[in-house]
Design a protein around this ligand. Structure first.
Ligand SMILES: Cc1cc2nc3c(=O)[nH]c(=O)nc-3n(C[C@H](O)[C@H](O)[C@H](O)COP(=O)(O)OP(=O)(O)OC[C@H]3O[C@@H](n4cnc5c(N)ncnc54)[C@H](O)[C@@H]3O)c2cc1C
Length: 405
């Protein structure tokens, strides 16, 4: 049997999807895998604070890349429950995750997640290397795809040609997507979301994943490894405006989450005080989403993670879906590269077929679950409705129907 032609696959971005893909493909014979990452190996400054990864991603990783799943589970805290209350202490929902999932999710710091995902592929990623231009090859260039890079430390530029498949793992503001498809139009939901990681814990008050509402203004918090607490807050803002400067003050934030009768329950009182003492360290953002796209018509460009489907973070599914995407992509690309024809465009089509309906469901469900965070929302009726069989069945679909190997 003669070996097929050697394929060159370039992955842009060693974030969640890109690192997992590099890990799953690094030892494949018959392919050059090049992963380009603009950050330095230990630079997690772009990474946010903490995150919860859904049970569905852990289930998928266990099926496709069990070693990696084992490492993540070992180095994180389990996400076992989801409780919703009002900031005055009234409980509205208390869900053991195993009622709707086959295994727990995880709670982890962003910096730890990036470190754990990048560490096994350090030799396979060109760090500090930013992709600055890319195109279908011009006459005289070795194609089908060409990218230009710049080293952020040395300033040296380089050209990589002869690329058979370019994979966008470059996140929400994907330059790959903008170059080969179009810049996705963001749709803002009219909700501000802020994130904070404090090197402080009160495990008797805050441990596993919980949310607290005061009107549509919501706090969310959980403990992460290394004696830290992740806190996120949200509140409605006009959809067509940036987060107003006057909302970013301790006094404004205290007012947003303090119940009308002035008596915040012990958990919320600690969170409010902690937020107000750390206002300078808060990361601010707006809830937004955009259209989904997985590939160019030629099957030469594959989009994964936020580059393919920027979604609202309400159900903690952004990185979770990037992991599911990467698992499916690893399996299909391995199979294509193992075959003699090396039909990468066929693999791209199959990846899109396996992912489209699933991701569409997750994007819509994440948006629908944002109902209690919108201006004028009633968090009491909205959260109580999350106890109903309809919502629970959707959660079970979300957490159990992970891609199977
Ligand atoms: C407020 C908020 C809270 C969130 N909470 C959660 C949560 O709890 N759980 C969850 O699952 N998800 C959460 N998410 C979503 C999550 O952050 C993203 O969905 C996830 O990081 C997407 O992974 P990715 O691999 O697509 O991209 P990323 O992880 O963003 O990685 C992109 C990588 O590409 C690199 N890159 C970009 N451009 C270039 C270039 N030109 N050249 C070279 N490299 C480049 C970047 O440096 C980066 O390393 C949250 C998002 C927000 C905004």
């Amino acid at each position: 049997m003669t070996a097929g032609p050697r394929r060159r696959i370039v992955i842009v971005g060693a974030g969640v999807a890109g690192s997992i893909l590099a890990y799953g493909l690094k030892d494949i014979a018959g392919a050059d895998i090049i992963c380009l990452e603009r950050a330095a190996p230990e630079d997690h400054s772009d990474a946010g604070t903490g995150l919860n990864v859904g049970p569905n991603a852990i289930k998928a990783l266990r099926a496709f890349l069990p070693d990696l799943a084992g490492t993540l589970v070992e180095q994180s805290l389990p996400w076992n429950s989801w409780r919703i209350s009002l900031t005055n202490g009234r409980e509205l929902m208390n869900l053991p995750l195993l009622d709707v999932a086959d295994n727990p999710g995880i709670r982890i710091r962003w910096s730890a997640l990036y470190r754990l995902l990048r560490q096994p592929v350090l030799q396979h990623v060109r760090f500090s290397t930013e992709v600055i231009a890319m195109r279908y090859a011009r006459a005289g260039e070795a194609g089908p795809i060409v990218v230009e890079t710049r080293n952020r430390r040395s300033g040296v530029t380089a050209v990589i040609d002869g690329i058979d498949l370019l994979i966008a793992g470059d996140g929400r503001y994907s330059a790959v997507r903008e170059t080969f498809l179009a810049r996705p139009q963001p749709e803002f939901l009219g909700v501000c979301i802020f994130r904070l990681l404090v090197e402080e814990t009160r495990p008797e008050l805050i441990d596993d994943y919980e949310q607290w509402f005061n009107g549509p203004n919501r706090l969310l918090a959980f403990r992460v490894p290394g004696n830290a607490t992740y806190i996120a807050g949200s509140f409605p803002i006009p959809a067509d405006r940036d987060v107003p400067a006057e909302a970013k003050t301790a006094a404004a934030l205290r007012a947003l989450y303090t119940p009308a009768d002035g008596a915040a329950h012990a958990q919320s009182a600690w969170l409010i005080d902690t937020i107000c003492s750390n206002v300078a360290d808060i990361h601010w953002a707006r809830l937004q989403e955009a259209d989904m796209a997985f590939a160019d018509p030629n099957g030469r460009i594959l989009l994964l993670g936020d580059a393919a489907h920027p979604m609202v973070p309400t159900l903690g599914q952004g990185a979770t879906q990037a992991m599911e995407d990467a698992c499916v992509a690893v399996a299909e690309l391995r199979q294509a590269l193992a075959g003699n024809d090396g039909d990468l465009a066929g693999a791209v089509r199959r990846i899109e077929q396996r992912r489209r309906d699933r991701v569409e469901f997750v994007v819509r469900f994440s948006r629908d679950a944002t109902d209690t965070m919108l201006a004028g929302a009633d968090p009491v009726s909205g959260s109580l409705a999350k106890n109903a069989p309809g919502f629970r069945a959707k959660l079970a679909r979300l957490y159990r129907d992970a891609p199977a190997a």
